[in-house]
Design a protein around this ligand. Sequence first.
Ligand SMILES: [Zn+2]
Length: 228
Amino acid sequence: MNYILRRSKRKTIGITVSDTAEVVVSAPIFATKAMIDSVIHNKKSWIDAKLKIVNSRIESFTPKRFINGEEFKYLGDNFKLSILNDKHPIRLIDSKLCVGLNKRTLQKETDNQLIKNKIITWYRKQAQEYLNKKATKMASQIGVNPILIKEKAYKRSWGMCHNNGKIFINYKLIMAPKKVIDYVIIHELCHLKHPNHSRDFWNLVALHCSDYLSSKKWLKENGYTLDL
Ligand SMILES: [Zn+2]
């Protein structure tokens, strides 16, 4: 079985299956390959069951085609794409995501690429505005001073906290419900106090986001839908 091995100061060998269907083994520095293999062997049926669930989620996801009527998520709600023949910037009207394209007909495949780029740019802008509005307030509540909080296009992470005080949040989270976005922001901000996933870290997260377990679960189960 292929797996990603992460060594740390932990005392036991732990196994998780990521949302991208990768088996991740967290092992103490002293763990030998034989020790790791034996844990994998004992947990094999659990790993297989997890992989089956994650893979079926991945397979059920259909990439967007960027055509009229297709659904797009924004802050947890669904909006139908409406391609209009105008020059206006992207906007939400009722339950529609209106994208103006200064053309009479929309037939070429390159047009769909153009719409895709426009929508991604719009999502990223919305994500940054959300961060500007929320993150500074949250940081002062937690008592941390990030030097930068910026949206970023990640393939596999929801957020990242660098030890130089910079925080990056996956822009695709702007598709998720607000409480889920807030959880990720709080999670990364709390890393400025605890650069680990220790008990102290989770206690701090819980203090500022009492419902964090449900958001964590939501991401685990629905994270794959926050894609284009
Ligand atoms: Zn973390």
